[in-house]
Design a protein around this ligand. Structure first.
Ligand code: NAD
Ligand code: UDP
Ligand code: UDP
Length: 309
């Protein structure tokens, strides 16, 4: 199949492109290289099944494909807050353009949505039925509301134009090829530990996240894309094992053998207190569940960041 991956030169996108090419698909990677890089896809460039195009999804795109994975959007708070207007445009105009493309060529289309649509949740763990608690005017809103509006567009194209859609709500994902300096907690803690710098815990470190290793996530995205047409989602994809940021810091110190100290800095505004996916729907409808525990995934991630250093 001819498969378009927007944001294909990013962290998740580059792993997805690799897997699709390995499965003998013809892959078109579209990226404006805002947070992605050619380094992430250099190992694919020599493969005739792979093609990279520099393009910003906020502009129309006319190509002929069978399937679309729409991943283009910066995902780390420091990057999506750098130019918040562009972040909203990427999610909203990007979704409109990719849905328009899918409509014209009758392609099945998958949206990389996010657990951020739940905001700072009062329901725990989060099920797909929960509508969320998002501050619409805060510093995270460009990302959260952009992604929520993209979901709205997906379901309106589904109802109005009978498009085949798939919406994945991705929870915190980590692994090799994360940017060392993108501010996300796993890359920050591992880089700080390896460099012997202080480990920066925001707040008191009791807030929680549930971390999914990249290979598990890519497997979930592929299963969702291949699922029967009636499965539209939204479907939570994430690892339901929950950790506090303090536990993550301590595990990072143990696995790196680092003697870095823990320091406590102010909690950013609107930082969600807790987050854990309920993946009953993914288990039942896709037969999917993560297989790689945090300790194992963290070891692989640490090995990657060591090689970067
Ligand atoms: P990333 O920043 O590594 O990748 C995003 C890619 O999109 C980058 O290559 C970037 O250059 C590209 N991009 C950004 N704006 C673009 C535009 N206007 N036009 C074309 N390309 C553009 O982030 P990631 O972690 O790989 O995230 C991929 C997708 O998954 C994003 O949509 C993100 O919202 C979603 N997601 C990620 C996580 C996570 O934990 N990593 C969690 C939930 C959702
Ligand atoms: N679009 C695109 N590629 C295509 C078809 C459409 O980028 O192959 C964009 C186009 O810019 C359009 C948007 O998708 O504005 C939405 O398309 P749709 O057909 O839904 O709406 P309309 O063209 O009526 O605005
Ligand atoms: N965090 C932290 N130290 C850091 C970076 C992040 O304690 O150096 C915290 C952050 O405040 C949040 C959690 O780790 O509570 C996850 O942050 P990240 O930006 O990775 O993801 P998100 O908040 O988008 O889930």
């Amino acid at each position: 199949m001819r498969i378009l991956v927007t944001g294909g030169a990013g962290f998740i996108g580059s792993h997805l492109c690799k897997k699709l090419v390995d499965n003998r698909h013809d892959v078109l990677c579209v990226d404006n290289y805002f947070t992605g890089s050619k380094d992430n896809i250099v190992h694919l460039l020599a493969n005739p099944l792979f093609e990279a195009m520099r393009h910003d999804v906020t502009f129309p795109l006319y190509v002929e494909v069978d399937r679309i994975f729409n991943l283009a959007c910066p995902a780390s708070p420091i990057h999506y807050q750098f130019d918040p207007v562009q972040t909203t445009k990427t999610s909203v105009h990007g979704a409109i353009n990719m849905l328009g493309l899918a409509k014209r060529v009758k392609a099945r289309i998958l949206q990389a949505s996010t657990s951020e649509v739940y905001g700072d949740p009062e329901v725990h763990p989060q099920t797909e039925a929960y509508w969320g608690r998002v501050n619409p005017i805060g510093p995270r809103a460009c990302y959260d509301e952009g992604k929520r509006c993209a979901e709205t567009l997906f379901f309106d194209y589904y109802r109005q134009h009978r498009l085949e859609i798939k919406v994945a709500r991705i929870f915190n994902t980590y692994g090799p090829r994360m940017l060392p300096d993108d501010g996300r907690v796993v890359s920050n803690f591992v880089m700080q530990a390896l460099r012997g710098q202080d480990i920066t815990i925001y707040g008191d470190g009791t807030q929680t996240r549930s971390f999914c290793y990249i290979d598990d996530l890519v497997d979930g995205l592929l299963k969702l894309m291949d699922s029967p047409a009636e499965i539209t989602g939204p479907v939570n994809l994430g690892n339901p094992v929950e950790f506090t940021m303090r536990e993550l810091a301590e595990m990072t110190l143990k696995l790196t053998g680092s003697r870095s100290k823990l320091v406590f800095l102010p909690l950013p505004q609107d930082d969600p207190r807790q987050r854990q996916p309920d993946i009953a729907f993914a288990r039942a409808s896709l037969g999917w569940a993560p297989t790689i525990p945090l300790e194992e995934g963290l070891k692989r991630t640490i090995a990657y960041f060591r090689s970067v250093l």
